[in-house]
Design a protein around this ligand. Sequence first.
Ligand code: HEC
Length: 155
Amino acid sequence: MSIRFMWLIGCAIITTGCNETQQPQIRSLNDILNANAKQVERQFNVEQVKRGAYIFQAHCESCHGKNAQGTPDWRTPNADGKFPPPPLDGTAHTWHHSTAVLKNTILKGGPPEVSTMPAWENILTEQQVDDVIVWIKSLWPDKIYATWYQNFEER
Ligand code: HEC
C-alpha cells in the first residue's frame, strides 16, 4: 500500500468522524423558504405576462401603482371608510388567495359601500383577467411565489 493511498484513507476516516460528531442542523424558516423557492420554477408564458402588463397599465395602475406597489398606507381606511388600493406585488395579502379567488375579485370588484375596487367583468374578457393575474404573480418574490404554490398547488 502506497503512502499516498494510506494518506487518503486517513483523510477519509477523519472526515467521516467529523461528520458523525456534528450537531444536527436546525434549518431556520428562512432557509426552508429559500430552499422551497429554488424548487419552484415559474412556468409563465412570456407573451401572456406581456399582455398582462399592458392590461395592468391601461386599467389598474392608476389605483394600484405602476409596479403594483399600492398605497403606502393601504391598511388605514380613508375618511369615507373605504380602504385605499393595496399592493399586489407580494408585499400585502394578494398571495394569500387562490387564482380562482383573485379572478373573482377582479371580475366582481369589491362591495361598493366599502370598496372602490371596480368590477371588470363587462370590460375585460376572462382571458385578459387571466393574463393580468399572471403578470401580478410574476412580480412576487421567489419565496412568496413558492409559498403560494405550496398552499394552493397550482401555478
Ligand atoms: C379605482 C381604483 C382601482 C382600480 C382602477 C383597480 N383597483 Fe384593484 N383594488 C382597489 C381597492 C381599493 C382594493 C382593495 C379592496 C377593497 O377595498 O375591497 C383593490 C383590490 C384588488 C385586489 C385584491 C387584492 C388582495 O390582496 O386581495 C386585486 C387582485 C385587484 N384589486 C386587482 C386589480 C386589477 C387586476 C385591476 C385592473 C384590471 C384593478 N385592481 C383596478 C382599487 C382599484
